[in-house]
Design a protein around this ligand. Structure first.
Ligand code: WAQ
Ligand code: MG
Length: 632
């Protein structure tokens, strides 16, 4: 390659003078147009928001320096404390006697855009701007010439490029780095002696503090040549090892790490979030009091004192657990009572209860359909339905979302099967729309098929008195209605309400029913009390509907398109990383609104999922709509 024909293409994007995105590539003249286009596209689709200013600088590079990437190895740490100890040891091996003191300076990097330049012996800080630090630029990986830059940012490759240039800077003897990404706890120590040593745990997940220190020797008198080199000398880095090739240790650990890395780079990383002092509509998360707008507790009955007292009372009367499966010693008086009440509430012959709603879908589907049967399933059905189809061993046919022409065509092609089962969410859990129940029931009777509707998000929400989609449409029920006790009813567990015939089949066949300990008495007692309240205080459902209407009006008045037929209001975003950022931004404003991403919804259709409760204050709902409008 002729170095004289290389160009640096630099992009910087900002919005209202706040940095949004920046990147640089060093490429051949021929690749400049494609690279420029790709960098601008990256700026326009950045998760931090839509820029109002993009600068693109294309400059010939003179005196480009080629640097070889160091050897790469990964150190496994089981805690941040161990990770920091490993870092200190590696710095010591690199000739830094004050290693522990340097490691202890890392928290001072908080909020710096660049790195500290620290004298190894005096620990003096040599960078002129302590708030900003020294930002390294003018560097790229060799061998990318003519190829488009990767759109998903790779922490690893970018860090190796930077570390390679830093290691070549005059007077720099070692570097220590911790990522500032709250979900990425990896960092490294790099030096001529130890190479590039990744350390896989240097901070707690969720911690947004990262930083870099370049440890120097012999430049305290005049650090400016080093700083100039870091900022200006163009460097191309050769031979960046693939991450897999650098792996050490047992191969299962490396394969797990690379799977986790791919989840992370697709912005699909998930972790649990601890809620303290939950009230249903508020909780303290990471020390901040937030309004919760993503709970399935549509009527907030989990926090009704009568429901809580019933849970406690049932535990006192019947024990904390049952110690048996439903068909052995685990059916108590209250289990039978709950099933009788659920059947009566929905106007069915019988109900079979399960420990969770997920198990109710799995079990009912697997009991009714098996090898030699056909299941026709809406493409947006909940994961528990999909898993039920898999568990059943039946042939599954997916019809287009709520498309009755497609369902009819598929039903008419399934004549040769022993049984046909049509299954659909009643309220679709990520879109909030309703299945066309009257048409489904009608098609099933025409084609001799069994109908099953999962009203998990409908019971307590949809229909004048919260009896679900059949009440909403004023039409016959499906052959099987699946419901949950865990959402509007505020307890835990699921059920199938159906005919005596199908109930008997479920009891005899459903593996999640047969092979699982029966629901705990506290859950059953709570569900019974919640059912009493739902039956005697239907105004709660009316109040929920009023809150939903208020939220939709408030969004519409701010130009945000959103629709729902239930209490679930999706706000479309698209890009996964952007959905996460918007959700994080809302958290900063005191609102907990979940970002929903693949595999819960298709890739590229990430969204906010707001769920409204009857217990939300109108002022909270108005504030939430305003916050969402400002965060989008
Ligand atoms: N020049 C100097 N310092 C920088 C620069 C730069 N160009 N970019 C970032 N920093 C500083 C800044 O203080 C950041 O807070 C800190 O470094 C961390 O930056 O799997 O992602 O971009 O082997 O978060 C290391 C492990 C990932 C990668 C490093 O750094 C791996 C990373 P981040
Ligand atoms: Mg970062």
């Amino acid at each position: 390659m002729d170095d004289g024909s290389l160009f640096s293409v630099k992009m910087r994007a900002s919005r209202q003078d706040t940095h949004v995105s920046g990147a640089e590539r060093i490429v051949s003249a021929k690749a400049v147009p494609d690279t420029a286009r790709a960098l601008v596209a990256r700026a326009l689709s950045h998760s931090k928001g839509f820029p109002d200013f993009i600068s693109l600088k294309v400059a010939g590079t003179r005196g480009i320096m080629r640097v070889k990437a160091p050897a790469v190895a990964t150190e496994h740490a089981s805690s941040p404390e161990e990770g920091l100890e490993i870092a200190a040891r590696l710095l010591r091996e690199s000739g830094v006697e004050n290693a522990s003191a340097i490691v202890a300076m890392m928290p001072l990097c908080r909020n710096m855009r660049g790195a500290m330049l620290v004298d190894a012996d005096s620990l003096a800080r040599l960078e002129p701007d302590h708030a900003r630090g020294v930002r390294v630029s003018s560097m790229d990986a060799a061998g990318l010439q003519g190829r488009l830059p990767p759109s998903a940012k790779s922490h690893y490759a970018e860090a190796v490029v930077l570390a390679s240039k830093v290691a070549a800077a005059p007077g720099v003897i070692a570097e220590i780095c911790i990522s500032d990404d709250p979900e990425y706890v990896t960092g490294y120590v790099a030096s001529g002696t130890v190479g590039y040593r990744r350390i896989d745990c240097m901070k707690r997940i969720g911690d947004p503090t990262g930083g870099r220190i370049f440890v120097c020797r012999g430049i305290a008198g005049d650090p400016s040549p080093t700083i100039r080199f870091l900022q200006e000398t163009p460097v191309l880095v050769d031979g960046i090892p693939s991450l897999d090739s650098s792996a050490t240790g047992p191969s299962w650990r490396n394969s797990v790490d690379s799977e986790l890395a791919s989840i992370r780079s697709a912005a699909l990383w998930r972790r649990t979030q601890v809620h303290c002092k939950p009230s249903g509509t508020a909780a303290t998360v990471d020390g901040r009091r937030l309004s919760v707008l993503s709970s399935n507790g549509y009527l907030n009955l989990a926090f009704d004192h009568r429901v809580k007292a019933a849970a406690a009372g049932a535990a006192l009367d019947y024990g904390a657990g049952t110690g048996g499966a439903r068909l052995t010693t685990g059916t108590f008086h209250i289990h039978a009572e709950l099933e009788r009440r659920l059947a009566a509430f929905l106007g069915c012959d019988a109900a079979v209860s399960f420990a969770t709603g997920y198990m109710a879908n799995m079990g009912a589907i697997q009991a009714i359909a098996g090898k030699g049967d056909a299941i026709l399933s809406d493409e947006l059905n909940h994961a528990s339905i999909i898993d039920g189809c898999r568990l059943s061993g039946a042939d599954a046919f997916i019809y287009r979302h709520c498309d009755m022409d497609d369902l009819r065509a598929k039903l008419s092609a399934c004549g040769g099967y022993r049984r046909r089962l049509v299954v659909s969410d009643g309220v679709f859990s990520m879109d909030g729309d309703l299945a066309p129940l009257p048409s489904i029931v009608e098609l099933c009777s025409r084609f001799d098929a069994i109908s099953m509707i999962d009203d998990a998000h409908a019971i307590g929400v949809v229909g004048a008195t919260g009896r679900g989609t059949a009440e909403h449409f004023n039409c016959p029920r499906a052959d099987v209605t699946i419901g949950t006790l865990s959402k509007a009813l505020g307890a835990e567990g699921g059920f199938a309400a159906t005919s005596q015939r199908l109930a008997s089949l479920i009891v005899n066949r459903a593996r999640p029913f047969i092979f699982s300990t029966s629901p705990a008495p506290a859950s059953v007692g709570a569900a019974l009390a919640a059912l009493d309240i739902l039956e005697s205080e239907p105004w709660r459902v009316e109040r929920l509907r009023g809150n939903v209407a208020l939220f939709l009006r408030e969004l519409a008045s701010r130009g945000i398109p959103a629709e729902t037929q239930s209490a679930i209001v999706p706000v479309a975003i698209g890009d996964e990383a952007r959905a996460l950022k918007v959700s994080a931004h809302l958290m900063d404003m005191g609102l907990l609104v979940s970002a929903i991403r693949h595999p819960t919804v298709p890739r590229g259709s990430a969204r906010l999922r707001v769920s409204i409760s009857s217990a939300h204050d109108p002022s909270t709902i108005v504030a939430a709509a305003a916050a969402i409008a400002s965060a989008l």
